[in-house]
Write a protein of this length. Structure first.
Length: 274
């Protein structure tokens, strides 16, 4: 039987049975994935994990409600729950302090975690991140409003990427099948119900807290991102005192896939400075 690469190890994080990947050794870095339908840590970070694992211990959990982590009955999907789970992963692995890399929704979580638990974070990478309030884009509204079909998944993939040749029919079918596994769509629909502007605002941190962040921060964005506006990253780079901004041209929402080698090198260099 072929093993599903999306399923890694299992750990209990803040009471939630969490599927996670743990590769490499040395200084730990925690990767937090985005919120697309059928997403998992592996699907999001499959090109990043091996690239960083040569120099670091790379930990990539499925956040509750996504991937192959438990979906407890009655759980409330919100920033408090997800941040507590991420801290729970670090606690369970006995990691006092880690670098954080957050993508999209995961960027909002990483930002909130750094604000609430500053001593648990060494350096911060925010890629195409939520975390500040903005008028919801048609792209993000489509992502969070996804209804399962191969055609709908194909449309979403075209929204995610600038280079549509990367978004094949095979990938659409793969991600569609991931989105219809038992319990996946039910949890997904419950997270960001209409009006979905509320979901954007619920992932935002307060300006004064962002401005008070002490961490060295790398902010990354794709110039042609149709899901999260480039203005988000411009704002974060202006507000975070110790920040630097890197914008990739000819790039949509999936910097870590569309510009994988460049992104991995950039992140590796930034983390190695510390």
């Amino acid at each position: 039987m072929i093993k599903n690469p999306e399923i890694g190890k299992s750990i209990v994080a803040n009471g939630i049975v969490t599927n996670y990947h743990d590769v490499g050794s040395s200084a730990p870095v925690l990767l937090i994935h985005g919120s697309g339908p059928g997403v998992s840590a592996w699907a999001n970070w499959r090109l990043t994990i091996p690239a960083l694992a040569g120099q670091r211990r790379v930990i990539a959990p499925d956040m509750v409600g996504f991937g192959f982590s438990e979906r407890p009955a009655g759980i409330r999907y919100n920033l408090d729950t997800w941040v507590a789970q991420a801290i729970g992963v670090l606690d369970a692995l006995e990691i006092d302090c880690a670098d954080l890399v957050g993508n999209s929704f995961g960027g909002g979580l990483a930002l909130a975690l750094a604000i609430r638990h500053p001593t648990r974070v060494r350096r911060l990478v925010l890629m195409g991140a939520t975390g500040v309030s903005f008028p919801i884009t048609p792209g993000l509204d489509a992502v969070w409003g996804y209804q399962p079909s191969i055609a709908n998944m194909r449309k979403l993939l075209d929204v995610f990427a600038f280079d549509r040749t990367l978004m094949t029919d095979e990938l659409a079918e793969l991600r569609y099948k991931a989105s219809i596994q038992p319990g996946f769509q039910e949890a997904f629909e419950s997270m960001f119900p209409a009006p979905r502007q509320n979901g954007v605002d619920a992932l935002a941190s307060r300006e004064q807290d962002i401005r008070a962040l002490p961490h060295e921060t790398l902010v990354v964005h794709g110039r042609e991102d149709k899901v999260l506006p480039l203005s988000n990253s411009l704002t974060l780079a202006q507000w975070i005192p110790r920040s630097q901004l890197h914008v990739y041209g000819r790039c949509g929402h999936w910097t870590q896939i569309e510009h994988a080698a460049r992104f991995n090198q950039l992140v590796a260099n930034f983390l190695a400075e510390a």
